[in-house]
Ligand binder design. Structure first.
Ligand SMILES: C[C@H](O)[C@H](O)[C@@H](O)C(=O)CO
Length: 498
């Protein structure tokens, strides 16, 4: 490992984005370096409702990435490269002149409702799973494109290239059109077994396979910042690296695991719980439990499941703010701690929580329907959400063990959500095993690791993991009242009917 290396990572999630400088700093001669990260820029990611459709503010996101690049140089850093990771599944369409066709849809847009069943009918559920290895979720790219086909969207008639979100932002900054592998595997149009785009399936759907570029591996140099962008931002040109650009995969690449056999929970707007495999696991049981095989960095596949996550809490917070109740996340944790345990529980993955108009009322409705006490205070709502998430994590962890044929001594938790210490504690209680929490900026750090590999500063995956372990201490949570939580798990199973 050679001396100080500096890179710039953009991690853009569904609720906010960050620009961070990562530097490998040599301690004393001969000592292995440490990774330091410095936040340069942070911005909210607020969707835009236009008529009946929900969209991303893609132009704002591009501007914020530019602001991040400018601020990095203004702060005196000279990163040798930059990388972008974002949430999965979403995309933009370019016409034959490279112009963006319309404003990209948000994956929570209701246009895909009912399409899972319709395509299962049309193409066959087993076949769709066997070919993509992906969980059936309404936001998968395949359903968004099928909704556009059904609506007769003229965009698909004149589109020449489909670019997934990180690739679209790279295109605006470099002029290069690429398709990064990990993002491609979130579409359900990618054949995980054959490791190629599923062109026969595209044709059957009425999609032109030429829209989809051949995937490139994480760690590939895409190009450099274009002259126009350098002139606009008054910065020198730097390399653009295709990292594991699906944020979940960047986070998975930064899990400071004790062994190659580990279970992790990426905790942000979504919770992604799973384990790392060397190839996609296309067993009928994986389909039965609707798990997913997502392409990862370093030739891996992640066997994981989406759990609705802190989105439910974010939406309650937003609803209370509309009613003039402004609570910070630390205040929310305090209120939950003071509330009565296990007063009411929900199934976080009930689809009614995907994008309801009023999340608070939807939780109340769920409790009423399941014959439970309805939360009355913010503290009771928050505790209900956090306890239910922790119990859902237990359920999915145990399912992961059965599917992967492994057992895990504990669970690694990474991502912004681990700042919610109560959730980490509840999770250790619910699974009855230790939780190792950290790093918070796992996606950005995974992004940096792939850039360091591309720059020759880190030789391989294991060296990257050792660097993360040395650089970011873990917070460890141990179960203290496992019997209480086992009883709660029985109540949860009874309420959710699973
Ligand atoms: C749709 C979600 O964004 C996706 O499934 C998830 O993996 C993700 O990208 C979380 O940021």
């Amino acid at each position: 490992m050679n001396n100080t290396a500096t890179v710039l990572a953009f991690d853009i999630g569904a609720s906010s984005g960050r620009a961070l400088i990562g530097q490998i700093v040599q301690q004393n001669s001969g000592e292995p370096g440490l990774l330091t990260i410095t936040e340069i820029h942070r911005f909210p990611n607020i969707p835009v409702q236009i008529g009946n459709h929900l969209h991303w503010d893609t132009v704002m996101l591009l501007q914020e990435v530019k602001n991040g690049i400018r601020k990095a140089f203004q702060a005196g850093y000279t990163p040798e490269s930059y990388g972008i990771d974002t949430w999965g599944v979403d995309f933009g369409l370019l016409d034959s002149q490279g112009e963006l066709l319309g404003i990209p849809y948000h994956y929570r847009d209701p246009q895909t409702e009912g399409l899972i069943e319709e395509l299962n009918e049309k193409l066959g559920r087993e076949r769709l799973f066997q070919e993509s290895g992906l969980q059936f979720m309404p936001f998968n790219t395949i359903y968004q494109l099928y909704a556009m086909l059904k609506a007769g969207s003229p965009k698909l008639d004149i589109a020449e290239t489909l670019l997934l979100t990180p690739d679209l932002l790279h295109y605006f900054l470099t002029g290069e059109k690429v398709c990064e592998f990990t993002m491609a595997t979130t579409t359900q149009l990618y054949d995980a077994g054959q490791n190629v785009w599923n062109k026969p399936l595209m044709k059957e759907l009425g999609l032109s396979p030429s829209l989809f570029l051949d995937p490139i591996e994480p760690g590939t140099v895409i190009g450099t910042l274009s002259e126009e962008v350098c002139r606009e931002l008054k910065v020198p040109s730097i390399k653009a690296i295709a990292v594991a650009s699906h944020d979940t995969e960047s986070a998975a690449a930064a899990v400071p695991a004790h062994s190659t056999d580990f279970a992790y929970l990426v905790c942000g707007t979504w919770s992604l719980l799973g384990t790392e495999l060397s190839e996609a696991l296309l067993l009928p049981e994986v389909l039965e439990h609707n798990f997913s095989n997502e392409g990862g960095a370093f030739g891996t596949f992640q066997l994981l499941k989406n759990i609705m996550g802190l989105w439910i809490l974010q939406e309650c917070k937003r609803r209370w703010e509309l009613n003039g109740v402004n609570l910070s996340f630390p205040e929310m944790v305090k209120l939950a701690e003071a509330a009565e345990p296990f007063r009411s529980l929900i199934d976080p993955d009930d689809l009614r929580f995907m994008n309801p108009a009023d999340m608070v009322e939807t939780i109340a409705e769920y409790c009423r329907e399941s014959g439970q006490l309805v939360p009355e205070t913010e503290g009771q709502f928050i505790r209900c959400i956090l306890e239910s998430l922790a119990l859902r994590y237990r359920e999915v962890l145990e399912k992961t063990e059965v599917l992967a044929g492994r057992s895990y001594a504990g669970l690694h938790m990474v991502g912004g959500g681990i700042q919610n210490e109560l959730l980490c504690r509840f999770t250790a209680e619910a699974i009855g095993r230790p939780v190792w929490a950290g790093p918070i900026e796992a996606s950005a750090i995974g992004n940096m690791l792939l850039q360091f590999v591309a720059g020759g500063h880190v030789q391989h995956k294991e060296e990257g993991i050792e660097l993360v372990k040395r650089s970011f201490p873990l917070a460890v949570y141990h179960p203290e009242t496992p019997e209480l939580w086992s009883a709660a798990f029985q109540k949860y199973v009874q309420i959710t009917g699973r």
